[in-house]
Design a binder for this molecule. Structure first.
Ligand code: DC
Length: 230
């Protein structure tokens, strides 16, 4: 049993990204934002102007090192780098999110990224955020969370998050896009978003970040995860 991986799965806008970044920082574990890998690959596909229907295999084979790294910035948020270039402003918009959700249905893409996701598992441990972290990629994780929240709250959060990043957004439109992505993510045949076996479910609709983090830290303290200071 791999006890040193902690997984966060769930819907977009539930706060799992924020909480998993806070946890990784607090306990000194590595951090994986698997959604950012899907977004980066989607961005690379769009940028390369290939036809994702006919040229995807060739394109994936041509990438010999999918070099994505996550680096804390001065606000304790994570910047996503590909080949040394910060991609935040390219991969966080709703168009890339939609493209990521589309390519995530493809078996070759999932296989390609599976390999890279596993490389993040290094001592002293890993906090992994995504859709299939606890159900597929790190099935034996020592601690698993599943985050849910109602659609309205999630759309509002995304709206303010994008606004803070200087990206323009429209609330009803975001709600529509989120619900389409929910549908894509939960109904695809490969690794659909499900509550992983043994995961602790947290409904964050009416909870503050501080409260959610408090619940997560209590579960971490109770768990068998080998703590850095043990
Ligand atoms: O978490 P996110 O919004 O950045 O993820 C973008 C898309 O990537 C999401 O709609 C589905 C896909 N994804 C996935 O299929 N599996 C993961 N483990 C993470 C993300």
């Amino acid at each position: 049993m791999n006890t040193n991986v902690i997984t966060f799965d769930g819907y977009s806008g539930t706060g799992k990204g924020t909480i998993s970044i806070m946890l990784a920082k607090k306990i000194g574990f590595h951090y994986l934002d698997s959604g950012a890998l899907y977004r980066t690959l989607a961005y690379k596909i769009i940028e390369s102007k290939i036809n994702p229907k006919s040229d995807l295999t060739k394109f994936l084979v041509s990438i010999d090192n999918f070099d994505v790294s996550f680096i804390y910035n001065k606000d304790d948020q994570i910047d996503v780098f590909y080949d040394g270039k910060c991609l935040n402003s390219f991969i966080r918009d709703e168009n890339t999110a939609k493209a990521a959700s589309e390519i995530a249905k493809n078996n070759e893409v999932r296989k390609f990224l599976e390999k890279y996701q596993r490389l993040f598992e290094k001592p002293p441990g890993l906090v992994a955020d995504g859709r299939d972290m606890g159900s597929k990629i790190f099935k034996n994780a020592g601690l698993k969370f599943f985050f849910v929240a109602n659609l309205k709250k999630r759309a509002e959060r995304r709206y303010y998050q994008l606004k803070n990043q200087g990206i323009s957004a429209n609330l009803p439109d975001l709600e529509d896009k989120l619900s389409i992505r929910d549908m894509n993510d939960t109904t695809r045949s490969l690794s659909p978003l499900v509550k992983p076996e043994g995961a602790i479910e947290i409904d964050t609709s009416d909870l503050t970040i501080t409260k959610v983090f408090d619940i997560v830290m209590k579960e971490f303290d109770k768990s068998n995860i080998i703590k850095n200071n043990e």
